[in-house]
Design a protein around this ligand. Sequence first.
Ligand SMILES: Nc1ncnc2c1ncn2[C@@H]1O[C@H](COP(=O)(O)OP(=O)(O)OP(=O)(O)O)[C@@H](O)[C@H]1O
Length: 344
Amino acid sequence: MSEIKEVQKDILVTQDLSIGYKQGKKERLCLLSDINLTIRRGEMVCLLGPNGAGKSTLMRTIAGIQSPLAGYTLVEGIPIRDRNFKEIAQLLSIVLTERINVGNLTVYHIVSLGRHPYTSWMGRLSEEDNDKIKGALEQVGLLHYADHFINQLSDGERQRVMIAKALAQDTPLIMLDEPTAHLDLPNRVDIMRLLHRLARETNKAILLSTHELDLALQAADVIWLMARGQTIKVGAPEDLVLNGSIEETFHNKSFIFDRKTGNFIMNYQKKQIIQVLGNDVMGFWTQRALSREGYQVTCEEAGNCSVKLLEDTMEWEIHRNEEVKKCQSIQELLAYLRTFLVFD
Ligand SMILES: Nc1ncnc2c1ncn2[C@@H]1O[C@H](COP(=O)(O)OP(=O)(O)OP(=O)(O)O)[C@@H](O)[C@H]1O
């Protein structure tokens, strides 16, 4: 009991958790064991990892949907294991990936479902329930949509409705399974920013699984980095970049993780070396285009070809042997380079 008291300052604690599957009477597939993780108040944690790493299994086990092979999860010091549905629903709320398709329900009605663990068996909403629903809609910026039917909303707005439902449920921990999966880039950014702001404003703990590495690196307070059979790496995104954990976890011969920008760059086979004179934004995009074309770009003198960037006029000057050719676009530059790649 003393152990449990000690960890109450953290909203979520996993203690010596083992996750996996029972296969038959004796066989077990243990994906990972001795998982000891915590999430503090006001913190947004992103769970990242390649396909099949065990993210969904970990999320389901934390949420009590799946039994752990060993160990347990505590939310505000209360063990999730063996709690009934209503008790768990007062400790954690879950936003699933699936797009909801309930056209004849209003936004208000859907968010009100979050109050289910608190209402009587008749489901009648009290004044407090209605206040929480309106407050949740306000927090996600959708109060003016309260009377709209869900099928009148965009995917981004629907996702915000589901987040409002979780807020109305008023649990210390909110878990989201790939919350940006069906969204375009502006909506993905909005949802991540919203979740980060909500963690701060509500002082709740937010845990989400995602494949959005770049967004997670920018928005998460903490990243849990999961790879099959390896201990979960935990840290601020920047620490995990600097210590090489991100690169190691997503290691693949098709792309390279650029520690300077936090981006993955496609790893093209380099056939030729080319000198590029000039840098800045024009240099960055020229280098990207040349890499795709199979050139290894250098600022040193190399080979028989160099590209000079004329930034004032946005032109590219190609010097090859004694010839000089000016191009007005990267497309033209690449087309020109291709003409003599064939003959070289
Ligand atoms: N019901 C099951 N019984 C046995 N093994 C399972 C079961 N569900 C998943 N697994 C295995 O557990 C491993 C982890 O799966 P999980 O879905 O947790 O990974 P994930 O990281 O969420 O993957 P993804 O990113 O593709 O969603 C996989 O190798 C999968 O084959």
